[in-house]
Design a protein around this ligand. Sequence first.
Ligand code: GDD
Ligand code: MG
Length: 370
Amino acid sequence: MREAIILVGGKGTRLRPLTNHTPKPLLGVAGTSFIRHQVAKLMDAGVDHLVFATSYLAALFQDEFRDFAGLEISYAVEEVPLGTGGAIRNAGKLLRGGPDDPVLILNGDILSGVDLRDVVRRHEARGADVTLHLTRVADPRAFGLVPTAEGGRVRAFLEKPKTAAECVTDQINAGCYVFRRSVLDAIPDDREVSVEQETFPALVAGGGLVYGHTTDDYWRDLGTPLAFVHGSADLITGTATSPLVGPPAEALVHPTATVHASAQVTGGSTVGPYAVIGAGSVVHRSIVGERVTVEPGVGIHESVVDHDSVIGAGSTLRETVVGCHSHIGAHNELPPQLRLACGIRIPAGGVRVTGTATACLTAHRVTGEQ
Ligand code: GDD
Ligand code: MG
């Protein structure tokens, strides 16, 4: 038996409002919930028992996998979030393997091309306590820094460095581990524990056999809106791969969606069920949700428009998240990185970044005039 845990208990705050009612791993990426891509990858690696470490909106994971027959799934539920280490320890109680068996652990928001069988093989060949998959990124500050010695032995674990002096490497924790089961069982279970801030540093300081396996495979943490849209787009264009995604394509348009012949849907965009894309509109590297209406002449770039929203004619969105049931009137030009809550209404011509603002939208009562 090969066992795995996926950590899916986080609140996904950086992806609000998309995560207001849906946990981050259940958001749609390249046409299906993100977690299904991860589960399919684990199945390809021979995993036959998976434990979800759930907390935030826990019941939705059971709903998602109710009729799933591909592998056995158990659910560990934290009434109060236990932190990443506490979550691993808690989920570990549902594992069935022996004390020396390897357990694969994934963060629930990692899109990665790493060969999971290879990570487990290296872990077993070294007789390691823990093996971490590592990757290199241009800006490591949002991650766990993991300097290694010759041969891959981990020298330190520095979660989210605060100062430039702490940025000792561009090699980071890629959110994929193999634990010897007995090491995971030794994490305290009477309080919240961070695997990054407590467990890994303590194991390294205590002389534990902690190894890093660094690869240059595709890797992305989908925790921010921009990373989220790019991860989805990369799966569709074939830059990233998943057992659930077909051959590379420019876009994934649901069969019930309507895209005008003069519209362009490019760069790995997805267009959800019953969505409508109007004449001359451009949707590039974006996710357009279910029943969204994009009127003519709209530009949507690197953005997410959640279900049941309307984007008015001639409007432009860049790196924008539009919450569900919103209505953006015609000829709005939204500033980049805007995140709109669910149900927001912006009148026609209400927002501009460049050029001239629309003439006054309100009918004023002019006083002092005869
Ligand atoms: N069950 C449970 N309980 N899961 C949790 C909890 C909890 O209390 N807290 C966080 N998680 C889950 C999240 O749902 C996510 O799947 C994973 O743990 C990591 O949390 P993030 O919030 O995404 O962390 P991060 O992206 O800031 O940093 C982590 O990932 C980086 C790689 O992407 C760290 O592990 C870094 O060291 C790492 O570099
Ligand atoms: Mg993350």
